[in-house]
Design a binder for this molecule. Structure first.
Ligand SMILES: Cc1cc2nc3c(=O)[nH]c(=O)nc-3n(C[C@H](O)[C@H](O)[C@H](O)COP(=O)(O)OP(=O)(O)OC[C@H]3O[C@@H](n4cnc5c(N)ncnc54)[C@H](O)[C@@H]3O)c2cc1C
Length: 336
């Protein structure tokens, strides 16, 4: 198993994973975590990412709503206003190829000077009436561009075979229209709301996590520490890895990403296989830690194994799976 091999080769993963507060920024974005943690070795022995004297001495500033809610504070008009606004039709302006099954879709907002109106964390829903189905297909997406960017929203969408919405998006051509509605509020973030957050993502489940990560690290007031555990089938399925590595290099003391893939390439320095109990035990701060939160977003099988499924958009459902077994409470976990 991955975690065991890391433990054998580089000491306890928990200690190593949380050790980044003492590490210097990595010089290369491709420097693998395991090399980094092995290299710092005994120098960081005893340091825990959360709850050490050092961590508690650096008490986070008071929560502030300001910078994480950029779209709320800007004077720009909002394309999505929630409430009874209904669906807004947006024109697809550009399609940018991303990888073997994923594309970026830039949709124009009705006004060039408008912002989307999304807050952190929130999503949009898209609606499409397929001739093959009686009812319209409605699916949530989390745009990957900044909330205060004007004139467009950008989606990163993976195509699922026989997936009605993703196949429709992938078949669209620039100039065509799609119906959007938002913001669909998710977890309302405020700077320093939690001391440490763990983000557990699978596949396209990274986009809500990326929205949170972007907001936290663009706000100088926000001192939240963030650990990301990101599972995928293969290395080429890992979305937004470059962007994540950039943030990790810039904020090595507060952000660490850990990747695990089912089929790793040769000399893969991260994890192999599914996100396991052993891995989560090593990475997430102890359930008794003060003010932590764990976020989960991924395919249904991942929810089932890790947190239990969400019942509905307004009902998080009970906590079950690995997080429950490890002693976390329902209040400590948010399912996107
Ligand atoms: C809050 C939220 C934000 C999302 N943001 C994005 C995004 O930015 N980009 C994107 O491509 N997708 C995103 N998704 C997933 C998206 O809503 C659709 O589920 C997906 O595009 C498949 O829709 P479909 O109609 O094509 O296929 P469906 O028939 O709905 O599903 C096809 C297959 O996809 C699997 N699947 C469903 N949801 C997920 C998921 N979240 N992760 C992995 N596999 C899944 C299903 O198990 C099924 O096997 C998000 C989901 C949520 C809940």
């Amino acid at each position: 198993m991955f975690a065991r091999s890391v433990i054998r080769s580089a000491g306890p993963l928990r200690q190593n994973f949380r050790s980044y507060a003492t590490e210097a920024p990595k010089s290369s974005s491709s420097t693998p975590l395991i090399v980094g943690v092995a290299a710092v070795g005994a120098g960081i022995a005893g340091y825990t990412f959360l709850g050490s004297n050092k961590a508690s001495a650096d008490a986070p500033p008071k929560p502030s709503e300001d910078a994480t809610h950029a779209a709320e504070t800007t004077s720009a008009a909002k394309a999505f206003r929630g409430g009874d606004q209904g669906f807004v039709d947006l024109k697809l302006a550009e399609i940018i190829p991303y990888n073997h099954n994923t594309k970026r879709f830039k949709f124009e907002l009705p006004g060039k000077d408008q912002v989307s109106g999304l807050t952190v964390a929130s999503a949009v829903i898209t609606k499409y009436q397929s001739p093959k189905h009686e009812k319209p297909v409605i699916r949530p997406y989390t745009p990957i561009n900044e909330e205060d960017e004007r004139g467009y929203v950008e989606l990163l969408v993976k195509s699922y075979p026989n997936g009605p919405m993703s196949e429709h998006l992938h078949s669209m051509a620039p100039g065509q229209m799609l119906s959007f509605k938002g913001p669909i509020p998710k977890y309302s973030w405020a700077a320093n709301k939690h001391e440490h957050i763990t983000l557990i993502a699978g596949g396209t489940g990274i986009t809500p996590m990326y929205q949170l990560i972007r907001a936290i690290f663009k706000n100088p007031e926000d001192k939240t520490k963030v650990s990301l555990i990101f599972g995928n089938l293969t290395e080429k399925d890992i979305l937004l890895k470059e962007e994540l590595e950039k943030i990790e290099n810039e904020f090595p003391q507060r952000f660490r990403a850990f990747y695990t893939v089912d089929t790793p390439p040769e000399s893969w320095p991260y994890g192999k296989g599914h996100i396991t109990k052993e891995l989560l035990k090593e990475v997430i701060p102890d359930p008794k830690s003060n003010n932590i939160k764990v976020f989960v977003c991924g395919p249904p099988g991942m929810y089932k194994a890790i947190s239990g499924p969400k019942v509905s958009p307004t009902d998080q459902g009970d906590l079950s799976g690995i997080l429950k077994e490890l002693g976390y409470t329902k209040e400590q976990v948010y399912k996107f």
